[in-house]
Write a protein that binds this ligand. Structure first.
Ligand code: G4P
Length: 528
């Protein structure tokens, strides 16, 4: 008899700045997890890759992956679900929301660069939800910054306690291996020309063990002893509770390219990363051990297949055992959705899912019924998962139709895409031009190309007088009415009709917010 709910799941994402090595690390995690047999399959280069993603021209032009996906692998009886987050600096709300569906994250840092802007942005989203983070300092096979400098930067820039779990013996040309501080093991590169990790490590009795003298150069060993001892007294000891609360990050050093430290990272995920946790909901939280299926949609991807106008809603399962063919209730609409052809994601292949457990991600093909933020329940109860927010856009543009007879199609297209959660659409109280809001410039290009390709709408974006937007709310309804009356030309409604104030710039926003202390100006909005 299998247990109704298996806790042996690790659902996580990798956060990093472009080029830090996320794709390479993903590849190696899948490789060591046995999900792929040849490293190199995730980022098939050249023709192959183009053929596979030709539905999205932007991907070809920019050579980046606009969409997120889910990859699953197993090791030592644990199922790992890796949710991909696009790392390009122009990223969408999707990226943020993907982080609402994970229980933990791996933060990849380039040893030569340290904390970069995108790492910091994604980290902030993790912090909002107290997502525990394991840090992987990548590319130690190249000249990097001194480990102490990197650790201090993580601690200072992100206000996190750091705990080095391993220590590199030199970097770049001086690199001799990695010492596992927790397990007292030395991992060394193979002697052959590839420099790849040889597959096993030597256990020693501690940094003082004389065996190390035969394994490392005299300089390397002296440096390791000095640095590692300093590190052990200088940083917080590993504290699992602090890690789980998102207050401390264990730090591993490695090289994704040379397979160094990757298995240690998988072990760390297995040993420390949380299995599915209770998911916050209204009016109650949902525990993964509950027998009935509950989940929420954190992402909707349209047109994965250009031949069919299908959409796939990505649902994170929070409780119960899901079986193919199940009927789930869409909270709020009263609709029952029969999930006949759910998709589980294995590396790049889609496979039909027969069953799934809390922490798993299921793709549900549909024709636009499912929206980001939707809660799906097996029971007839009314619970809504919370904490799947819309984010305030950082770029606002007016939409101009080149063919004015297409107003209706434009409205449909914008509403569809807003429902997918790839951008937001605002209807100003004054004027007829709709305004779209995005968090990155690239999304605008994607929108224009999708309007043309999928909806045959020829449109362009014009600058708008606004730079930023905030949802407004107050405990006093009169205050909102009064505020709207005073700022009508800057007021709009989002697609749910909620009032939004659009500001020219951050300065104006701060100034006005300061003058209306009884109004909350919010950068995120949760669906109710
Ligand atoms: P990303 O997804 O975070 O953007 O990074 P990606 O894995 O694509 O890696 C960015 C570049 O860094 C790639 O080189 C990759 O080979 C290299 N890289 C990744 N991990 C390591 C590592 O541990 N050590 C070293 N030395 N390099 C690493 P590229 O030349 O830009 O691309 P490619 O032609 O090799 O794909």
């Amino acid at each position: 008899m299998s247990k109704p709910n298996r806790p042996d799941r690790r659902t996580f994402a990798i956060i990093s700045h472009p080029d830090a090595g996320k794709t390479t690390l993903t590849e190696k995690l899948l490789y060591f997890g046995g999900a792929i047999h040849l490293a190199g399959e995730v980022k098939a280069r050249g023709q192959n890759r183009r053929a596979r993603s030709d539905w999205m021209k932007i991907e070809q032009q920019r050579g980046i992956s606009v969409t997120s996906s889910v990859m699953t692998f197993e090791r030592d009886g644990i199922t790992f679900n890796l949710l991909d987050t696009p790392g390009h600096e122009d990223f969408s709300e999707d990226t943020y929301r993907t982080l609402t569906a994970v229980d933990s994250a791996v933060m990849v840092i380039d040893a030569a660069k340290g904390i970069e802007p995108q790492t910091r942005k994604l980290f902030e989203v993790c912090r909002l939800r107290s997502v525990p983070i394991i840090t992987f300092v990548n590319k130690v096979d190249r000249e990097g910054r001194p480990p102490f400098e990197l650790l201090d930067e993580v601690a200072d820039a992100l206000a996190l306690d750091v705990c080095p779990m391993s220590w590199p013996v030199g970097m770049g040309g001086q690199f001799e291996g990695i010492y596992d501080l927790a397990k007292d093991r030395l991992h060394r590169p193979a002697a052959d020309a590839t420099g790849a990790y040889e597959g096993d490590a030597a256990s020693v009795a501690g940094l003082g063990d004389s065996q190390l003298e035969d394994m490392l150069s005299a300089e390397g060993l002296a440096l390791l002893r000095e640095e590692a001892e300093l590190a052990q007294v200088g940083y917080a000891p590993f504290d699992e509770t602090a890690y789980l609360n998102g207050d401390l990050t264990p730090v591993y050093f490695g090289s994704a390219l040379k397979d160094f430290g990757v298995e240690q990272l998988i072990d760390a995920l297995a040993d420390f990363a949380p299995s599915p946790r209770p998911q916050p909901g209204d009016p109650r939280d949902v525990d993964p051990s509950e027998p009935q299926v509950a989940g929420f949609v954190f992402k909707v991807q349209a047109n994965m297949n250009p031949q069919h106008r299908d959409r796939v809603a990505f649902m994170r399962l929070c409780s119960g055992k899901f079986r193919r063919g199940m009927k789930l209730n869409q909270v709020g609409t009263g609709k029952a959705i029969a999930v006949h052809s759910p998709i589980l994601f294995f590396a790049q292949n889609r496979e039909l899912a027969e069953e799934a457990f809390p922490g798993d991600i299921i793709g549900i093909p549909n024709h636009g019924t499912l929206r980001v933020g939707d809660t799906l329940l097996e029971s007839a109860e009314t619970i809504r998962f919370t904490g799947i927010p819309n984010f305030a856009p950082e770029i606002l543009r007016r939409v101009k139709l080149n063919d004015p007879t297409k107003t209706k199609q434009l409205r449909t297209a914008l509403n569809d895409m807003a429902e997918e959660g790839v951008m937001q659409v605002f209807v100003p109280q004054i004027g007829s031009q709709m305004v779209v809001g995005v968090v990155g410039q690239l999304q605008l290009d994607v929108l224009i190309s999708r309007l043309q390709a999928e909806y045959k709408v020829d449109a362009m974006f014009e600058p708008s007088p606004w730079d930023t937007a905030r949802w407004i709310a107050s405990d006093d309804p009169k205050a909102i009415t009064e505020f709207e009356g005073l700022h009508r030309s800057a007021m709009a409604a989002d697609r749910d009709g909620a009032p939004v104030f659009m500001a020219k710039d951050a300065w104006e926003l701060n100034y006005i917010a300061g003058r209306f202390p009884n109004i909350r100006f919010s950068a995120t909005k949760e669906r109710h």
